[in-house]
Design a binder for this molecule. Structure first.
Ligand code: UDP
Ligand code: MG
Length: 314
């Protein structure tokens, strides 16, 4: 008897991508045709509360093509949550995630799939180069990954994004992680399993502009560190010890000056200055602790990660 063909789900988070979405669907359907001998393919589009025509464009495609499936959110929940929803609902034996803006070439999913069949559970895209991105974005990204790897116990490969393919085993494991502040590209390495990179050159955005302006990028980076590591708290304690040590050594030195050198102790300015500086340090550290408490608060509410307004072909 013939073994049944595998199913490959391709998840695409979509937020205001009306300019690229039609081309993205076209490229993905072409990939599906190309792979039709080897594996069945379903496309799962997660509309993350788009305010433009993205959803209606997708809907009209889905009406004619059953392998195009849509989950649409009740509002914008964010890229990482959109990916999560796709992973939750995808039925495939293998599940790939790709952005809607064609920065990651869809055709590579075929290579990822073939590589996975040779005995890997995760194949992640590793950017050899990134076209059309500013020097600033590249530099901040590099600094961010360095900092992240310093802060976290697990190894998060640098130059990777969310472009990856996972086996069902990994998908089932991933589905058990229900934390609210999600950093998918760190969560998957945390799961472990056998992973391998696939190097590629990242293209420019097909159309439209990035949905990650600097402000969002900063939030994304902060979130990654705070949700993956408690090292900031450890660093806070170290800073505390350092401060105490500085204070005590300063005190001893002053005592020495007074008792043995008969020098008058320098006055008010130094006192004021140190009060100001160390109040600053204290406020900052309370803020760090506060960030963790805010996360506990968010988590403890136990709200659903996302709300689905509509599903099509699922
Ligand atoms: N995206 C999303 N929700 C958001 C922001 C972005 O689903 O709140 C999607 C977006 O449509 C794209 C992907 O996430 O498919 C990556 O976004 P973008 O290309 O803007 O990020 P960049 O590549 O610039 O880092
Ligand atoms: Mg992009």
């Amino acid at each position: 008897m013939l073994r049944e063909k595998n199913l490959l789900s391709i998840i695409v988070p979509v937020f205001n991508e009306e300019e690229s979405i039609t081309e993205t669907v076209r490229r993905l359907l072409a990939l599906r045709d190309k792979l039709s001998q080897e594996v069945d393919v379903e496309l799962v589009f997660v509309d993350d509360g788009s305010k433009d025509r993205s959803l209606s464009l997708l809907r009209s495609i889905a009406e004619q093509t059953v392998c195009v499936k849509i989950i649409s959110f009740s509002r914008n929940f964010g890229h990482q949550i959109a990916i999560t929803a796709g992973i939750d609902l995808a039925a495939g034996d293998y599940v790939a995630v790709i952005d809607a803006d064609l920065q990651d070439p869809p055709e590579l999913i075929a290579d990822m799939y073939r590589m996975a069949l040779t005995g890997f559970d995760v194949i992640y895209g590793k950017r050899r180069s990134r076209a059309g991105e500013t020097v600033f974005k590249k530099a901040t990204a590099a600094a961010f990954y360095r900092l992240l790897n310093y802060m976290c116990e697990i190894d998060i490969p640098s130059d990777t994004g969310d472009f990856r393919l996972m086996s069902r085993k990994v998908v089932e494991a991933f589905k058990q992680l229900r934390e609210r502040h999600r950093f998918v590209r760190g969560m998957v390495p945390w799961l472990g399993y056998k992973a391998a990179p696939l190097e590629y050159d990242r293209a420019e955005r097909f159309a439209g502009e990035t949905k990650y302006p600097f402000r969002k990028m900063l939030a994304f980076a902060t979130n990654a560190i705070l949700s993956f590591s408690s090292k900031p708290l450890t660093l806070a304690i170290r800073l505390g010890f350092l401060t105490i040590f500085t204070g005590i050594s300063g005190g001893i030195y002053m005592l020495y000056l007074k008792l043995f050198m008969n020098t008058p102790i320098p006055g008010l300015t130094a006192v004021l200055l140190s009060i100001v500086v160390f109040s600053g340090v204290q406020i900052l550290l309370i803020g760090v602790v506060g960030e963790y408490i805010a996360r506990i608060f968010e988590e403890i509410k136990g709200r659903p990660l996302y709300l689905v307004a509509e599903t099509i072909n699922i």
